[in-house]
Design a protein around this ligand. Structure first.
Ligand code: GCO
Ligand code: MG
Length: 409
């Protein structure tokens, strides 16, 4: 069974997505997600100019060999653009293999280890009251775990707080990236943030009780000693995790954080390969692997990093924002269902427009996700609908300190 055609499809139903579609010589198709938020066209071009020509005529069954060929065969390895492109190929080949076997992907990689995947949703608010309403709305939707983000007095505009979306009655900002040729600028004040966040969790715990798993994302904004302080001050509120407390590049910095706090740590949504996790896993500096199938080279390396993590009792917490397409989300749902060391799955629901372009077999019931039992990944792309949503430039915001200094993401 040979790969006969490969097509890169860029579509923008609520937000931009890059999808690779492979077709075999006997007409089986497979989909892969190559979406890299804010750099979508770089991956689309990498795929169409440098990968698609290498795929034609290859044996569609040789997933591992194709992965190694694209990874080891490029002199310059790694990086988000390269790894998102390889991810799309890997996912599409797994999708094809599942369809040929007439089995959902999770059956090919060991079968289900659980009935469904505990998912967390994103509650946020500009005030303690609107935050509580958002938490309550998520509970009513069935969520059994909730990420809590809030506005901070002294910071004018803060990423991850869905002010506009809530005002318009939507649950999420489907595109926090914001359309336009340039990123908008937000501000940041670490001291104001550190003063405010513990009070917010005190409030949420008092109102919603001790059971509900609560998570928080610091979006790489803190220095190690600041993260250590935040983790310590949040200990009374028993967080499920504190995410991206510091930028992941400074891995030694996590040793300092770990020395000071028992708040569980999750890192890795911007990581591309197992090497980015090597120190964090072997030194047990994190508790959850945040990789996304889409930015980590696909299903194949995601399973491998989770086996590596399992030997250190580290669990999964795969990245599931709306900029991971339904195809990428499906890939990680299958992996999450099959592996033993599943922890939690992020679930930021896609918009109706996205769901009308990508038809999915997955379900969300009683706070748990399941990839469904359609063969392969279980996602079909409606190409006519996709064509109705052309690409538009969109960028995540950047943040600056009060004196104008660019700050970390
Ligand atoms: C999360 C993330 C996202 C990212 C986004 C960037 O934990 O879900 O931090 O909101 O910021 O995926 O493209
Ligand atoms: Mg995050």
């Amino acid at each position: 069974m040979k790969i006969a055609a490969a097509e890169v499809i860029v579509t923008s139903p609520s937000r931009n997505f890059v999808t690779l579609k492979l077709t075999t010589d006997d007409g089986v198709t497979g989909l892969g997600d190559a979406t890299l938020n804010g750099r979508e066209l770089a991956v689309a071009t990498y795929l169409s100019e440098h990968v698609v020509p290498l795929l034609i005529e290859r044996d569609a069954h040789r997933i591992e060999d194709t992965w190694q060929y694209l990874y080891r065969g490029a002199y310059w390895r790694r990086g988000p653009v390269t790894m998102a492109a390889i991810a799309a190929v890997d996912m599409a080949l797994w999708d094809i293999k599942g369809k040929v076997a007439a089995l959902p992907l999770y059956q090919l990689i060991g079968g289900a280890s659980r009935a469904g995947l505990l998912a967390y949703g994103h509650a946020s608010g500009t005030t303690l009251e609107s935050l509580a309403e958002s938490v309550q709305a998520h509970l009513e939707r069935g969520y059994r775990a909730i990420r809590v983000q809030t506005a901070v007095p002294g910071i004018n505009a803060l990423y991850g707080v869905a002010a506009q979306a809530q005002a318009s009655g939507e649950r999420y900002d489907y595109e926090p990236a914001g359309r336009g040729a340039r990123p908008v600028e937000e501000d940041w004040d670490t001291r104001a943030y550190l003063r405010h966040v513990p009070k917010v969790f005190e409030h949420v715990r008092r109102q919603f009780g001790p059971e509900l798993p609560l998570l928080h994302d610091a979006h790489h904004r803190l220095r190690p000693i600041e993260a250590a302080r935040l983790g310590k001050e949040l200990e009374p509120y028993d967080l499920f995790w504190l995410e991206d407390c510091t930028p992941g590049e400074n891995q030694q910095g996590l040793r300092l954080v770990r020395q000071h706090t028992t708040t569980p740590l999750a890192i890795g949504e911007v990581f591309n390969t197992v090497y980015d996790f090597q120190t964090l896993i072997t030194e047990q500096l994190i508790d959850y692997v945040r990789a996304a199938a889409t930015h980590f080279g696909g299903v194949t390396p995601l399973r491998k990093v989770m086996d590596f993590a399992a030997t250190y009792q580290i669990r999964s917490g795969f990245h599931g924002p709306t900029d991971v397409s339904p195809v990428g989300l499906a890939a990680q749902l299958h992996v999450g269902l099959a592996i033993h060391n599943f922890g939690i799955q992020e679930y930021m629901e896609h918009s109706q427009a996205t769901n009308s372009v990508f038809r999915q077999s997955m379900s969300f019931e009683d706070g748990h996700l399941h990839p469904g039992d359609a063969p392969g990944l279980g996602v079909e792309l409606d190409e006519a609908a996709a064509a109705g949503h052309p690409y538009e430039p969109a960028y995540l915001p950047v943040s600056r300190l009060k004196d104008g200094t660019m700050h970390d993401w």
